[in-house]
Design a protein around this ligand. Sequence first.
Ligand SMILES: [Zn+2]
Length: 266
Amino acid sequence: MAEGPVVRLISDEIREALKGELIQDVATRSEQASRSVGLKSVVGARVDKVDHMGKNIMIDLSNGYSFRIHLMMFGRCEVYQRGEKHRGSAERIRLSLKTTNHELVVSSAPVVELLGREEVAHHPVLSTLGPDAMKQPFDSALFLTKIRKPENLSRSIGEILLDQRVVSGVGNIYKSEILFLARINPETSVSSLSVSQLKSLGQLTPRVLQNAYSKMKNGQRLRFNVYGRSGKTCIRCGNTISSYRQMPSNRITYFCPNCQGRSFST
Ligand SMILES: [Zn+2]
């Protein structure tokens, strides 16, 4: 799953190549993208803006429409020079945008939509996104309000951090990393956390994601404290890192039973 830092890197790459260029050809296998407006209407439009909203990549065009792309687990975006040979399989291509000098190829992405401005404003996913962990300044007050909603109080903090309506951009890797740094067990319910613990999560979350983005942008290798390190030694206490599948999302969760307390699920 592409999380906030990777999605931002991808949107950076698309922006650097496509911004200001005119679309000369478009092809899609996505019904969502060709459904409401004639897809060919984007030909001749200029790429005005490329940004991300949580894990969604948004490409705004001068004709008032925007592409929304969500890569989920296996989606890929690749930017080529016009005429350059594609590296991936042609069968997996969901969207090809040919601009003056470049071609954007989106493969295997389950979500490729073409939306009008009004549709963006009232979109069932985009309009409900929580504060974006990759944007500065991070709206930590809104994060606190959303996480403390009555329907969230009995939910585990490990699940809540994956809920894009509470905070957008966090996925399974950084969920585990954030909770390790905060010394909070992933199974702890929101109602069991103090306001100061929730506030510290509101500070740690954007810091962890933005730090990962900066490292990747500079070509540095990412080193995780717990993610992918089950059975290895905790860098903080020397104990053994554990992992289990957290419900109901069924996502593998890594934690240190000594630093964060034993999981109630194991
Ligand atoms: Zn530890």
